[in-house]
Design a protein around this ligand. Structure first.
Ligand code: KG4
Ligand code: ZN
Length: 354
């Protein structure tokens, strides 16, 4: 039988198989990550090899260096995942991999590794969207969570309000018209001279700062569910440059705190509008900026006020990891989507509702 015909048959069987063990690969940016996840909810291993210390030297991720380090690390990460899970490759039912969005050279390392594994093991290969993976992170941390729900997607690549109608049905209610909120955190961190990655450093510094700076900026796009961050970003950059040019002292803690308040207000305001508009009773946050302590606090408070249940992934599942890919891949299989052949390639961007 032709290879792909055999895979289609195996994939069909997995759609109703009681226990499905997925080995998932994630290499979209600077984390080389492999996980082993059972039935979308139970993480048997989640190994993340971070390249932060390498890219820190350059103030951001250098794509070519990221790809090279994925190649160097990926086999060791697989061995560790198998060791931790107590499983062998023969126990695995399907291999899932992030095919986009991300750095194409970095993604290609994971995609080719996953293709090779799936082909050698004669098991289905599942192509997963990274952004759906971030939503999947919540299914691991919250066993009671089921669609439908409202999701605030806040990563380095995406900022959007998404109506998750079913595990694999996504409707975008609003999204950023310019920068993502993660890009904005990273840019502000950079102008403040903070090391990469910027977001967590702003979060940390803001705890010792005061919300006392009025940036020259108007709240954009009120009355819609779309976001805008470039005006805020430019206002903070201008503030810092003006202070530096005039030789005036300023507190980077206060800048971090005042910026973070405005950035998170923009997210929370739109989340409120979306709750009011849709009447949803569950709000989920997803993506790296979902690790931000100020945002989590504000969303928690907001949800209490509106009688809405708030869900956020555990911190280790907020930023890039393999477990989130293995989680959503299970629901892809159940919905009959994602089966890929050996022509699968990497793409730099994906649509959330794609
Ligand atoms: O979701 P993610 O890991 O990668 C993408 O899919 O894009 O998000 C990375 C982004 C970066 O911009 C990083 O600075 C930001 O998430 N981030 C944070 C925090 N932790 C990570 N931003 C604010 N506060 C944090 N604690
Ligand atoms: Zn991500």
């Amino acid at each position: 039988m032709k290879y792909f015909e055999e895979m289609k048959q195996k994939f069909e069987k997995l759609r109703t198989k009681k226990d499905v063990l997925i080995l998932s690969v994630e290499s979209s940016c600077d984390e080389t990550a492999i996980a082993i996840v059972k039935n979308g909810r139970e993480v048997l291993a989640n190994i993340v090899s971070s390249q932060i210390d390498i890219h820190k030297l350059f103030g951001g991720v250098v794509p070519e260096i990221a790809s090279r380090n994925h190649i160097k690390n990926i086999s060791g990460v697989l061995n560790e995942a198998l060791l931790v899970s107590g499983k062998t490759l023969q126990d695995i039912d399907a291999v899932a991999v992030t095919y986009g969005a991300g750095l194409v050279g970095a993604l290609l390392v994971g995609v080719n590794f996953a293709k090779t594994l799936a082909y050698a093991l004669k098991i289905p290969l599942i192509a997963v969207s990274h952004v759906h993976g971030h939503i999947g992170a919540n299914y691991i941390s919250h066993l009671d969570l089921k669609p439908p729900f409202l999701c605030l997607m806040v990563s380095g690549g995406h900022t959007a309000i998404v109506q998750v109608e079913d595990y694999c049905e996504f409707k975008v209610l609003g999204s950023t018209v310019d920068d993502s909120v993660g890009e904005c955190f990273d840019k502000v961190a950079r102008v403040l001279g903070l090391p990469y990655p910027g977001g967590p450093n702003i979060d940390r510094l803001a705890k010792n700062g005061k919300n006392n700076i009025k940036f020259n900026y108007h709240t954009p796009l009120s009355g819609t569910l779309n976001f805008s961050f470039s005006g805020l970003k430019t206002a903070v950059v201008n503030y810092v440059h003006t202070k530096e040019q005039r030789g005036e002292k300023f507190s980077i803690e206060d800048v971090a705190c005042s910026f973070q308040e405005l950035a998170t207000d923009e997210l929370v305001d739109k989340a409120v509008s979306a709750i009011r508009k849709t009447g949803f009773k569950n709000l989920v946050v997803a993506g790296g900026v979902g690790a931000n302590s100020c945002l989590r606090e504000k969303l928690e408070k907001l949800c209490k006020k509106f009688g809405v249940k708030f869900y956020a992934p555990e911190l280790k599942f907020c930023t890039d990891n393999g477990a989130m890919i293995g989680s959503i891949a299970f629901y892809y299989i159940r919905a009959g989507r994602g089966l890929a052949d050996l022509t699968l390639t990497a793409v730099p961007t994906v649509r959330i509702d794609g």
